[in-house]
Design a protein around this ligand. Structure first.
Ligand SMILES: C[S@@+](CC[C@H](N)C(=O)[O-])C[C@H]1O[C@@H](n2cnc3c(N)ncnc32)[C@H](O)[C@@H]1O
Length: 213
């Protein structure tokens, strides 16, 4: 029953993102400028070599990667990746796209030099599973780049986020009270750089998988 309930939830979320794909960029653009600031360029400039972006969405990070990076993107929603494909074509950037689940990536261990996930761990059903998959598919020593909106450092706002979660989590799986960095710290990675701003509600992290001993 639990498995069936969770796959029904995943299917509902996928359909929701399919419906949002056409106007996602327009809807998020004000939020991006004011709230997320320069996070996409701050993070993506650290990508090297074969790079996987998990939950790539409409490909808003694409313009921010170094030109020599070879990009693969994965997302649950083909509506979102159709927009990413168009953006990649417009930018003249080769992009290999896959439909799939962040919690069960269809790639072998250590396949990539860098893995990236932005503003999506707030919406996956299982953050430890998604983080463990990110770390599994990056080679030892490879880059792990994540950014998200997270639980605030300001208690009244954190309370408001907890109340908001009561609506947004059942409605479309969006969490405002998470902190993926705590999960990342428990994984096989070394954090190189971290920043948190906007009352602690945005966090961005440059890390690397522990080199093989
Ligand atoms: C808020 S959007 C962020 C898109 C993009 N990462 C960005 O920075 O703009 C969340 C994305 O996560 C995708 N997504 C949600 N759950 C997923 C899952 N379990 N596996 C893969 N993609 C997922 C959605 O389809 C959507 O494209």
């Amino acid at each position: 029953v639990t498995d069936r309930a969770s796959s029904a939830r995943a299917e509902r979320a996928r359909r929701l993102w399919d419906r949002r794909a056409a106007d996602y960029d327009a809807r998020i653009s004000g939020t991006e400028r004011r709230w997320f600031r320069d996070t996409r360029s701050w993070l993506c400039r650290h990508a090297r070599g074969d790079t996987l972006e998990v939950a790539i969405g409409t490909g808003l990070n694409l313009p921010h990667y170094p030109p020599d990076v070879r990009l693969t993107g994965l997302d649950a929603s083909t509506g979102m990746t159709a927009v990413a494909a168009r953006r990649a074509r417009d930018l003249g950037r080769p992009l290999e796209l896959h439909q799939g689940d962040a919690g069960a990536l269809p790639f072998p261990d250590a396949r990539f030099d860098t893995v990236v996930c932005t503003f999506a761990l707030c919406g996956v059903p299982d953050v430890p599973a998604a983080v463990s998959e990110l770390v599994r598919v990056v080679r030892p020593g490879g880059g792990v780049l994540i950014a998200d909106h997270v639980a605030s450092t300001f208690p009244p706002l954190r309370l408001l986020q907890a109340v908001t979660d009561l609506v947004t989590v059942p409605w479309h799986g969006e969490h405002f009270g998470r902190r993926p960095l705590a999960v990342l710290r428990a994984a096989d990675v070394v954090v190189d750089r971290e920043e948190r701003f906007a009352l602690g509600t945005v966090e961005r992290v440059v890390a690397h998988r522990t080199p093989a001993g």
